[in-house]
Design a protein around this ligand. Structure first.
Ligand code: UD2
Length: 324
């Protein structure tokens, strides 16, 4: 089931200075020629290693994209407006980046005869009808962001079918890890910040809602599989298969940080999804990928990293190329 590692290839990572993109770049750089297309609105140039070619520009700009994609073998498409809230406030603006630019990437890949790995999302499912949610479950997105990701995910499948373009869509569940920052960065980074400052950890609602938290190093490994798999034209869930309640998460974070924070409840988030968890069977069977980092060790490594303690088997550096 092991697919060979991606090596000696020219690859483009759109959104390569962002949270997930920059970790992927780190894993690709030792064995490939890596280009990054990023407009640095949320991405950080400091995350990029020296050995990459940086094209500063918008993924929706055909000229910049054409330059960045010239001669590439694989495009990892991670550029996106990742905020669900922002997509609700300004659906057309996020559509331009999340869907129109994504379509431009697929078209450019056709020109270059390049493989495309698309960053899709569990948001395509909306409120799941059953748990864990499998790739064949019905898709009922509850936000423009989810609609945009679903359309791109479908386009990826269609491009494989219509034009024989090798595409893979990866449906990420709740991704966490180093470099995740900012107002839309996710509950784990928010809780960690609160705990470190000994401020109350704020649970929205009763805390019994649950999520499937997947470490960014596992997401990178899923991308590396997608780069070489023969099982193209498909969408795959990328999660751990384990669900954790937000209450348990708050306690895990508090314990790991040895914080004296209280746990406070506030109003539930409007439209919040109650439970989300990946059925990982198809991804394991067809992509040969299973997550390795459990939530507790993932959080511990984040805490130790922050305290400057070198950790053995640190999940961030534990990304191994498949086949090695
Ligand atoms: C995730 C993705 C989003 C989209 C969506 C699809 C992240 C960061 N976002 O949104 O892009 O794919 O899934 O369903 O992965 N919470 C608190 N206190 C806080 C912050 C959050 O209780 O201070 C709760 C929040 O109400 C929710 C849960 O934690 O129930 C997770 O929130 P999130 O923003 O990390 O991620 P989610 O699942 O809304």
């Amino acid at each position: 089931m092991d697919s060979p590692a991606i090596r000696d290839s020219t690859v483009l990572v759109t959104g390569g200075a962002g949270f997930i993109g920059s970790h992927l770049v780190d894993a690709l750089v030792p064995h490939n020629e890596v280009r990054v297309l990023d407009n640095f609105t949320t991405g950080d140039p400091a995350h990029l290693p020296d050995d990459v070619t940086v094209i500063e520009g918008d993924v929706g700009d055909p000229i910049a994209l054409q330059e960045a994609a010239r001669g590439v073998d694989v495009i990892f498409h991670h550029a996106a407006v990742v905020s669900v809230t922002q997509s609700v406030d300004r659906p057309r603006q996020s559509n331009r980046t999340n869907l129109e630019a994504g379509l431009l990437v697929l078209e450019q890949a056709r020109q270059e005869d390049a493989r495309v790995v698309v960053a899709s999302s569990a948001a395509v499912y909306g409120h799941p009808e059953e748990l864990p949610v499998s790739e064949t479950a019905s898709t009922n997105p509850t936000s423009p962001y989810g609609v945009q990701k679903l359309a791109l995910d479908e386009y990826a499948r269609l491009y494989a079918e219509l034009y024989d373009l090798p595409t893979v869509a990866l449906r990420y569940f709740n991704v966490y890890g180093p470099r995740q920052r900012g107002p839309y960065s996710g509950v784990i980074s928010t809780f960690l910040e609160q705990a470190r400052a000994d401020e109350p950890i704020t649970i929205e609602g009763d805390g019994q809602q649950s999520r499937d938290f997947v470490h960014v190093s596992d997401v990178v490994r899923a991308n590396l599989r997608a780069a070489t798999t023969d099982a193209v034209g498909e969408a795959y869930n990328v999660g751990t298969g384990e669900r954790t309640t937000i209450r348990d998460l708050a306690e895990t974070v508090r314990d790991a940080t040895e914080s004296s924070s209280s746990i406070a409840h506030r109003e539930p988030r409007p439209g919040d999804i109650r439970h989300s968890g990946a059925d990982t069977a198809k991804t394991a069977r067809e992509l040969g990928f299973e997550a390795r980092v459990g939530l507790e060790s993932g959080i511990r490594s984040l805490v130790e990293r922050d305290a400057g303690v070198p950790t053995r088997g640190d999940p961030e550096t534990a990304v191994e190329l498949p086949g090695e």
